[in-house]
Design a binder for this molecule. Structure first.
Ligand code: GUN
Length: 284
């Protein structure tokens, strides 16, 4: 069997089109939705990510500003800037790019963002809302994974067993919550879980979000299962690869997401969804 691909690029393009329509509708009512992205320091990867976030926003008609600050900015100054953005009605979404320089407490910084502008979905209020089924912002990566499942007709997961490998606060844990909310039976593992394969072989859906190559191999997958690969790693030749042994697993799985071109573009697209949602909520 050869798995069907879930094309993240194509789906992200569709999502961006939907966002563009919502942006146009809001603009027609005189509201210009706006995202402010804050980058502290010179981390090269962060510079690329933040530039893409602004470019993606502008492409859909969202206003976007990248605010760059030196690596020696004080935390107090950053908190002051966030407070000003919280109070600015022209700014609907605030995203502080991580990692922050080591002298800063990321948790304190994220908690300073007003929950109604927390388009990354990293605030404890957002995590709590997800936990108890209240409206809030969902972290973009797991939200994008849920959209990918939806795109192949999997919406209600009643009777399905989902195994999540990885338990980070921004992917594994919220992913598990979203799967539970969709009525799946959910098992959350980590890369060191004993006999991981015994669990993943029972899964109708496997989400791999560890950040390590070959966490999931063909022998660990039930024939026909849906495999979502959140990993972003480099192979020995320096080529981008995920957490899943794609070549092997695609012969067993029913559906699989590629890396690149899978979850990555969806993560980017879901930030736009959260931003337009933030603007719509405050202008209702
Ligand atoms: N750094 C790497 N990924 C992310 C993300 O999704 N949001 C933020 N704020 N920082 C990141």
């Amino acid at each position: 069997m050869t798995a069907q691909l879930i094309d993240g690029n194509a789906l992200a393009q569709q999502v961006r089109g939907e966002v563009a329509g919502r942006v146009a509708a809001l603009k027609a009512r005189g509201v210009q939705p706006h995202l402010t992205v804050i980058l502290v320091g010179e981390d090269p990867a962060s510079q690329v990510y933040t530039r893409s976030k602004v470019a993606d926003s502008e492409q859909t008609g969202l206003g976007a500003t990248l605010e760059r600050y030196p690596a020696d900015m004080t935390q107090a100054d950053l908190l002051d800037r966030i407070a000003a953005l919280n109070a600015d009605p022209a700014v609907h979404g605030i995203l502080v790019q991580l990692p922050l320089p080591p002298h800063m407490d990321s948790h304190a910084v994220i908690e300073a963002i007003a929950p109604h502008k927390d388009v990354d979905g990293f605030h404890v209020a957002s995590a709590g809302a997800l936990m108890v089924g209240q409206p809030g912002f969902r972290p973009c990566t797991p939200y994008g994974c849920m959209k990918m499942l939806e795109s192949i007709g999997i919406k209600d997961l009643k009777g399905k067993h989902a195994v999540v490998i990885g338990r980070s606060n921004i992917v594994g844990k919220p992913m598990a919550m979203m799967l539970l909310a969709a009525n799946a039976t959910v098992t959350v593992c980590h890369s060191g879980t004993p006999d991981l394969g015994a669990l993943t072989r029972q899964a109708d859906i496997v989400v791999a979000a560890v950040g390590k190559r070959n966490v999931l191999t063909a022998d660990m997958v039930k024939p026909g299962a849906v495999v979502i690969d959140v990993g972003m790693n480099r192979d020995d030749a320096g080529k981008l690869c995920g957490d899943v042994d794609f070549a092997g697993v695609k012969e067993v799985a029913g559906w699989i997401t590629p890396v690149p071109g899978g979850v990555g573009p969806m993560t980017r697209a879901m930030l736009l969804v959260n931003t337009i949602e933030a603007a719509e909520r405050t202008s209702r």
